[in-house]
Ligand binder design. Structure first.
Ligand code: ADP
Length: 328
């Protein structure tokens, strides 16, 4: 089959934002221009596609953004795109400009939308994983995870100073939706005594027993890092359980929240975003599409868009053993 010649491409950020998306946009625009393609920015993801909020981008449009968090193209969730009529409108807007390739920077939801769109209207699409949760099949990196986890570490380190001064227990909730990678990594990096993640059932009796034992030997400083999607319902839920068993314990809660999504992306996020953006354009030009660009063992990896779903992993016993031994 002859490869359809791509001449004009659209780039968008969709779904949840993550730091490093701008670096990916920059890479797509500059690589596209390098290869003589016209590149269009689509504002607010699928919403902008439907609303015809689309503008031409050149190398200057992406100057001085590699270090900025958020996304210059803005992002959104778009109900209308779930409906055929919405997707048809989106297609008409691409068609009238002659845009015949799409780069979708987003999460698994955005890829599901892209796959449907491609099936119905045959617009070649390539996905780039942008999510702080790092929970997408086919890649060991997602844009934003490294920045988010470093932001969490910085914040937890600060909390540890005051926690230590007061001999207090802190329960810190980090993001990740139903994935525990931010909690696991930031917890290990800050020496958390307990890390509670959705991927593992927590033996609460065991945790209480160890807290009691620590209380006995006057180790009063305890840091618990809990993922927002944990079985107990985040920091509030964990605190409630601890208070039921240890009413005298001086505990504090801190929900880190949206600071984890913002800020200047780390070097790792900028580099992976740049590599992924470059490869996304190369793929469109070479006729490899309906895939997501990932990185595995430091090599670019392609996953069909329909398989680029949420990653459900087991966190091995060894990880939890490391947490336990190092925090004793
Ligand atoms: P993320 O990409 O971060 O996982 P969402 O799951 O909210 O975020 O998806 C982003 C957008 O992708 C949705 O608001 C919707 O417009 C589109 N989308 C998601 N799933 C589908 C689907 N099954 N069909 C059509 N569009 C979809």
């Amino acid at each position: 089959m002859a490869v359809k010649k791509i001449t004009k491409i659209g780039v968008m950020t969709s779904g949840g934002d993550s730091p490093g998306m701008n670096a990916a946009i920059r890479a797509v625009v500059r690589t596209g221009n390098y290869y003589g393609l016209e590149v269009f920015g689509i504002v607010r993801g699928y919403q902008g596609l439907i609303d015809d909020d689309i503008y031409k981008m050149d190398n200057k449009s992406v100057a001085n953004i590699i270090q900025r968090g958020g996304t210059i193209l803005k992002t959104a969730r778009c109900k209308e795109f779930f409906e055929y009529e919405g997707r048809k409108k989106a297609y008409e807007n691409l068609k009238k400009r002659g845009i015949n390739g799409l780069v979708i920077i987003g999460g698994d939801g955005s890829f599901r939308g892209g796959k449907r769109f491609h099936e119905e209207f045959d617009i070649p699409s390539v996905g780039i994983p942008g999510t702080i949760d790092r929970d997408i099949v086919g890649t060991e990196f997602t844009i934003g995870f490294d920045t988010a986890v470093n932001t969490a570490v910085e914040a937890i380190d600060k909390i540890r100073d005051t926690m230590d001064a007061h001999d207090r227990m802190f329960i810190i909730e980090v993001m990740g939706r139903d994935a525990g990678f931010i909690a696991l990594h930031s917890g290990i990096a800050t020496g958390a005594e307990n890390i509670l993640i959705p991927e593992r059932k927590t033996d609460i009796q065991d945790m209480i027993a160890s807290l009691k034992e620590k209380e006995k030997r006057k180790k009063l400083v305890n840091l618990i890092v809990v993922a927002e999607g944990d079985e107990f319902g985040g920091a509030e839920g964990v605190n409630k359980i601890i208070k039921e068993h240890l009413p005298e314990m001086d505990t504090r809660i801190c929900v880190l929240g949206h600071i984890q999504r913002g800020g200047s992306p780390t070097c790792i996020d900028r580099v992976i975003a740049s590599r992924m953006g470059y490869h996304a354009v190369e793929c469109l030009i070479n006729g490899t599409f309906n895939i997501m660009i990932g990185i595995k063992e430091n090599r670019i990896n392609h996953t069909p868009l329909e398989k680029a779903a949420k990653l459900k992993t087991r966190v091995s016993d060894e990880w939890m053993k490391i947490v336990k031994i190092l925090a004793s």
